[in-house]
Design a protein around this ligand. Structure first.
Ligand code: UD1
Ligand code: CA
Length: 461
């Protein structure tokens, strides 16, 4: 039996944040979840130790243990152990920290193999850090492990040690239970350190130290700079995987794709594209430059440039932008065009409909083959009925002339035709022309007469 305990209850003082440290996100996902990924596939039972400020709903299928006062990693491990009191003492317990998102399931698997191959009671995973500051140092006597010393408790000589404690251990449960009762908080930080278990057991247990084969830029995210270093690694990995799966990404250093975003084959992603949340991009689409898409589906071969798209379903072969604002809850069928300086909200657009320029369309249901001229506004909000928004229905093949004001609630029937510059307040019947503007008056000769009277009034010679 292998149990894992992920320590995630600390506050993360060095983040200077209202958000608990392990809930800070990389590529749209909490860092603790990456840490869980590294141990869960290697464990029969996975425990996460959290504080009450962390919602337990984040952790499906995990055992939750609470540590409400952060008394240190040793105390946190103890709380985790209480939740697996029923498992056998011969079980192995992997302990890891919730703030290391860069260790992988492979790293942990190799570590378990090392533990088993050597018949250890305790194994410790160390690493070589170019800059070990802030981390626990691995003190050895020659090659033999002596102890882990925290930076706050370290001598100058110890601070120079570059072999650090990654915060990952494997213990034989019975051995851990006995030793953990003996740790004290008699140290510079007044905390119970899990690392003290190692020095307590040094003489009575078989302790093995494995050094991580690869070097990571950070072994525990303690501040926002380290968060950005870890993010760099994870985001590059995400981009690399998309590229290996047939996505072209230009200037990848300017592109950001969240964990879990799906991108089809032959998609081209141009500089400055940001794809977030539950987003899916269909094959052959072109996204960017400078585009942000959140929680949306983009159909195959659709082009989205210099635009923001939120929580919407965009069909195949559509064109969005440049400079469109697609707000939440739009549904676009195939071949729809939302063009330059167009804002759409909570609207449906059927096949082949176009809103090419300078319009606001909100709470509208628009049929097929509709052309909405430049400067069209759906007046969906009266300002008199709290936040109520009134709907506009525009049926198939309608033509909305430029600069039309559509005062909702309103229906424009099939083939309805709105003259440019109209203010439309009443239903437009099928095949009808609606003109809602004052009739033009031409005053013959007005300009000449005006110039003449100007000349008479002039004081110039
Ligand atoms: C710890 C190790 C250090 C190691 C480093 C690796 C100890 C004493 N030190 O230091 O040797 O090099 O990790 O990253 O273990 N946590 C709790 N409850 C607490 C305190 C912490 O759950 O009371 C959790 C935190 O949420 C965090 C993890 O444990 O995810 C590590 O805590 P942190 O305070 O970051 O420990 P470090 O000082 O980095
Ligand atoms: Ca840490």
């Amino acid at each position: 039996m292998i149990a894992s305990i992920i320590l995630a209850a600390g506050i993360g003082k060095r983040m200077y944040s209202k958000t608990p440290k392990v809930l800070h996100k990389i590529a749209g996902r909490e860092i603790v979840k990456y840490a869980i990924d590294s141990v869960k596939p290697n464990s029969d039972v996975t425990v996460v130790v959290i504080s009450e400020s962390i919602p337990r709903e984040l952790f499906d299928n995990l055992v939750i243990a609470y540590q409400n006062v952060p008394l240190g990693t040793g105390d946190a491990v103890q709380k985790g152990l209480e939740s697996i009191a029923n498992i056998d003492d011969s079980s192995q317990v992997i302990v890891t920290t919730g703030d290391n998102p860069l260790l992988t399931a492979d790293d942990i698997k190799r570590f378990i193999n090392f533990h088993n191959a050597n018949g250890n009671d305790i194994s410790l995973l160390t690493a070589i850090a170019d800059d070990p500051s802030g981390l626990g140092r691995t003190v050895r006597d020659g090659a033999v492990f002596t102890k882990i010393v925290e930076e706050a408790d370290a001598t100058e000589e110890e601070k120079a040690i570059k072999e650090i404690n990654t915060g990952v251990y494997i213990f034989s449960k019975g051995v851990l239970l006995k030793a953990i009762r003996k740790i004290s908080n008699n140290n510079a930080q007044g905390e119970y350190y899990i690392t003290d278990v190692l020095s307590i057991l040094r003489k009575n247990a078989k302790i093995g130290v494995k050094t991580l084969e690869r070097r990571l830029p950070v072994y525990g995210v303690n501040n926002r700079y380290e968060l950005s270093l870890a993010a760099g690694v994870i985001k590059n990995e995400i981009l690399k995987n998309h590229m290996l799966n047939g996505v072209t990404i230009m200037n990848p250093e300017t592109v950001s794709i969240d964990y879990g975003v799906e991108v089809g084959r032959d998609v081209t992603i141009l500089p400055g594209a940001i794809l977030e949340g539950h987003t899916q991009i269909g094959g052959g689409a072109m996204i960017g430059p400078y585009t942000r898409i959140i929680d949306s589906v983009i159909g195959s071969r659709t082009l989205v440039q210099m635009s923001v798209v939120l929580n919407s379903l965009i069909g195949e072969d559509c064109t969005i932008g440049p400079f469109s604002y697609v707000r939440p809850e739009n549904i676009l069928a195939r071949k729809v065009k939302i063009g330059t300086f167009v804002e759409v909200k909570k609207s449906r657009f059927n096949e082949n409909t176009k809103v090419p320029h300078l319009s606001y369309i909100g709470d509208a249901t628009v049929g097929k083959n509709v052309n909405i001229g430049a400067g069209t506004i759906t007046c969906n909000f009266s300002g008199l009925e709290e936040s109520k928004k009134n709907p506009t229905y525009i049926e198939d093949n309608a033509f909305i002339g430029s600069h039309s004001t559509l005062v909702a609630p309103l229906v424009i029937k099939r083939n309805g035709y709105i003259a440019a510059g109209s203010v439309v307040t009443e239903e437009v019947p099928e095949d009808a022309l609606a003109i809602g503007r004052t009739k033009q008056v031409n005053k013959e000769g007005w300009v000449k007469r005006r110039k003449l009277s100007n000349d008479k009034g002039s004081t110039e010679p």
